[in-house]
Write a protein that binds this ligand. Structure first.
Ligand code: AMP
Length: 130
């Protein structure tokens, strides 16, 4: 069965999309640690990051860097942190998290956003990506 993230890529489940190219896709995390918390995924469905082939791994990092630079421009934060966990969704995803303190990196300090806020944040980040 396809992962929930494959369904997002295929447009079967809605998301607040940030960026897409031939091999990768980025969208806002629906339960964010902080405003602008974004997930970057390979379109190829692989569970664990260490199982990615090298080209996909390196491509995912380059794609995440580009998206992370846009987040740093668009969102008021000290820096963007990167985390890979994957205990909930078995489809590789890089968490890009705008950090204003260690609390934002803990996954215990969640922020609640309205649909309008998600849309505005996604637009702000998207407008910074070439
Ligand atoms: P983990 O697998 O532990 O790295 O966490 C999975 C992440 O995916 C969590 O931060 C969830 O909030 C996020 N997530 C799960 N379903 C969706 C969805 N439909 N849209 C956006 N983010 C999601």
């Amino acid at each position: 069965m396809p992962s929930i993230f494959t369904k997002i890529i295929n447009g079967e489940i809605p998301c607040y999309k940030i960026a897409e190219d031939e091999n990768f896709f980025a969208f806002l995390d629906i339960n964010p640690n902080a405003k602008g918390h974004t997930l970057c995924i390979p379109k190829k469905e692989v569970d664990k990051i260490m199982d990615l082939d090298e080209d996909t791994y390196m491509g995912l990092m380059a794609f995440s860097r580009k998206v992370g630079q846009a987040i740093e421009e668009a969102i008021d934060c000290q820096r963007v942190g990167i985390t890979v966990i994957g205990l909930e969704v078995p489809h590789v995803h890089v968490h890009l998290i705008p950090l204003n303190g260690m609390k934002d990196a803990t996954f215990q300090n969640k922020v609640s956003l309205s649909q309008e806020e998600f849309i505005t944040i996604a637009e702000r980040i998207k407008s910074r990506i070439e």
